[in-house]
Design a protein around this ligand. Structure first.
Ligand code: G3I
Length: 362
């Protein structure tokens, strides 16, 4: 048994994690009847035991950031690549971790070979192989991701490979297909860009789609709201967002925050102030979200800035060439619960305080 495998859980919870379990985000969320977790890449967990220990300590839900994408699982026909997902299953096993399947149908996750000869037979085969392989450990699936877009069609559906191959019914059809294979799993539809006042059209289109799916009797249990907060956008209007959550709940759907993080805008400020701004954005968002009875939990998209998909972009650099003069986190976006040194950020505290403020369900 190596120190590394021990830390990530193959020898049981490390003493330190056990001692601090009472204060972990997982425990605080659980006490409020919520679930907390994050998206992870098993290769990063295996290569970085300190990071892995923090994830295992704080997260009750683990979501594969990439490992379950169709293009990742089946880069070539007939040659599936299950190693990363299997490694994640091994990490979760025996530790009471839930795994959430991300993601079955996503236009950006289709392998080239399937794109070239798309058919429902191909979709069905991929659903079958993937859902059945992980049916004992994955009890919740994001079935369709990012299906809407503005400025394309009257019905708001995104012009994508699935729409052109199968027509607008592909979403309900995907849910029916998944339901047959996973009769007891929770099936979610996942969407981004819904948080800000300026996202009004996207909220409208998404709600219309949900109503249509319910009218069609699609077997959908809940909605995943990605929630990539963006400090360049805004404002966040609690009343508007609460109403949006109410409208989803009125359709009988549960709500999960599935990809929370913060994209910064002003990289010139001192790190402390940047952290405060990101933390305040999360706090304001969670104040509205966690209080809503239909919301079941929160997953952040990554756990530490060390591995965030949210890098500083070329346009950020061009906009703020004077940034990072004080040497703090050069080139890093600070938008997750832990910073690059694995120290808790104000986002971590916003989560902890948000869960703690909730009453234990009666
Ligand atoms: O690992 C390969 C590497 O071998 C190769 O050299 C390199 C060249 O591009 O690519 C590397 O893979 C990249 C992978 O991340 C790992 O870094 C892929 O190109 C890149 O596309 C992939 O990006 C992921 C993206 O989804 C697409 O799968 C991001 O990490 C992941 O955070 C992002 O997650 C999405 C959600 O699925 C849906 N919602 C939005 C969210 C953020 O974009």
């Amino acid at each position: 048994m190596t120190r590394r495998s021990c830390l990530i859980g193959f020898c049981g919870a490390p003493m330190l994690a056990r001692a601090r379990e009472a204060e972990s985000l997982a425990a605080t969320a659980r006490a409020a009847g919520h679930l907390f977790g994050c998206a992870v890449r098993p290769d990063q967990m295996l290569a970085d035991p300190d990071f892995a220990a923090m994830v295992m300590r704080d997260c009750a839900v683990l979501v594969p950031e990439i490992a379950l994408n169709w293009s990742y699982l089946e880069p070539r026909p007939g040659m599936p690549n299950y190693a990363a997902m299997d490694a994640l299953v091994a990490m979760a096993r025996g530790r009471g971790k839930r795994l959430r399947g991300h993601v079955l149908l996503w236009h950006l996750g289709v392998p080239d070979w399937a794109r070239e000869r798309m058919s429902w037979k191909l979709v069905r085969g991929y659903f079958r192989r993937t859902i059945l392989r992980y049916r004992h450990v994955v009890r919740e699936w994001k079935v369709v991701n990012e299906a809407i877009d503005t400025g394309q069609r009257m019905d708001g559906l995104r012009e994508n490979i699935f729409l052109s191959a199968f027509g607008p019914d592909y979403i309900a059809r995907a849910f029916r297909e998944a339901r047959v294979l996973a009769p007891r799993a929770r099936l979610l539809i996942n969407e981004y860009g819904l948080e800000y006042a300026s996202d009004q059209d996207r909220r409208y289109l998404f709600l219309e789609l949900l109503k249509l799916l319910k009218r069609d009797g699609a077997p959908i249990d809940g909605v995943g709201l990605q929630s990539h907060l963006d400090l360049a956008k805004g404002p966040f209007d609690p009343a508007v967002y609460r109403r949006f959550l109410d409208q989803i709940a009125a359709l009988g759907l549960s709500i999960t925050i599935t990809e929370l993080d913060v994209k910064e805008y002003d990289y010139v400020l001192p790190a402390e102030l940047r952290d405060r701004r990101a933390g305040e954005a999360v706090r304001a968002f969670l104040d509205t979200v966690l209080a809503h009875p239909a919301v079941r939990g929160v997953v952040t998209w990554g756990f530490s800035d060390r591995y965030s998909w949210l890098g500083v972009t070329d346009s950020d650099r061009a906009r703020t060439p004077e940034a990072w003069q004080d040497g703090s986190s050069p080139g890093v976006n600070r938008g997750l619960p832990l910073d690059s040194d694995l120290a808790p950020t104000p986002i971590y505290h916003a989560l902890a305080d948000g869960f703690r403020a909730l009453k234990r369900p009666g």
